[in-house]
Write a protein that binds this ligand. Sequence first.
Ligand SMILES: NC(=O)c1ccc[n+]([C@@H]2O[C@H](COP(=O)([O-])OP(=O)(O)OC[C@H]3O[C@@H](n4cnc5c(N)ncnc54)[C@H](OP(=O)(O)O)[C@@H]3O)[C@@H](O)[C@H]2O)c1
Length: 291
Amino acid sequence: MNNNIRVLVTGCNGQLGKELQIQFKETMPSLNVIYTDIDTLDITDCSAVERVVIDNEITHIINCAAYTDVDKAEEEKALSAAINSNAVSNLAHVAFANDAKILHISTDYVFDGTAHLPYNEADKVNPKNQYGVTKRLGETQLIGHCPECIIIRTSWLYSPFGKNFVKTMFRLAATKSEVNVVSDQIGSPTYASDLAKVIIKFVTARQWASGIYHYSNEGVCSWYDFAKAIFRIAGIHTKINPIPTRDYPTVASRPAYSVLDKSKIKATLGITIPHWEDSLIECIERLKQMS
Ligand SMILES: NC(=O)c1ccc[n+]([C@@H]2O[C@H](COP(=O)([O-])OP(=O)(O)OC[C@H]3O[C@@H](n4cnc5c(N)ncnc54)[C@H](OP(=O)(O)O)[C@@H]3O)[C@@H](O)[C@H]2O)c1
């Protein structure tokens, strides 16, 4: 059955895109997968997207492309909207017109963080910043054009590649004697490698399970807890001070609580999800091997 699948991955050089490349090559080396990023396929260019989909007889699109700089998005409103909303609309339009399935990644930042219990897929969205607004609009555009899509909302994504909190902590530890980290924003880290495996399960499942899903690693922590774990696992002795969000002002405001309820994805795929600290150990091991 997988012989009939022809996958297009967009944004393949980002954190998630790179992990998808690794996982596809390791687990399904004979599957037809075309990897593109902005240099080979700019997803804001609708006709280019359509050409690639038609020419390659694409059956499944996995959209890992996004504008992900949360603070810069406040300034670059048009660009962030073009990539996170309008381009997703393009992808949806092309997918629907060409009978291709589409799986898209969204974010915990569609929520405002005022909840005290993990957010499920039906909870009310209310993004607090431009990035969240553009990602939410991307979701609604996608569902509007392509109701059979899959959307996975994830949070606090990290990997050995690209820019992320784990790598920032390593960089700061190398240059500073003390690091201040926010302790009143609560969420769950997501190891991109774990998310990539889940995406492959959806794409290669016997039945396409359309809908919105939440995915992160198991467990809950603050950014401060996350930083403490990174340093402990990596054997770094730099001091970390917990600070409140008010002492670390950022251009974009962020939800104070963005824990995602993962019951639906676990039941649908029949999976257990690794705890964030176990996945962090694996990522740090890989980072050490790469350095
Ligand atoms: N990072 C997080 O903490 C986080 C949290 C929750 C959800 N998410 C979501 O998870 C998904 C994957 O995130 P990520 O961290 O892997 O992102 P990432 O590392 O920033 O990768 C995104 C990739 O998309 C590319 N791209 C940007 N504009 C494009 C365009 N117009 N056409 C084609 N490609 C384009 C980027 O290229 P350039 O680098 O050249 O711009 C980059 O290679 C995104 O949907 C993101 O919104 C991320």
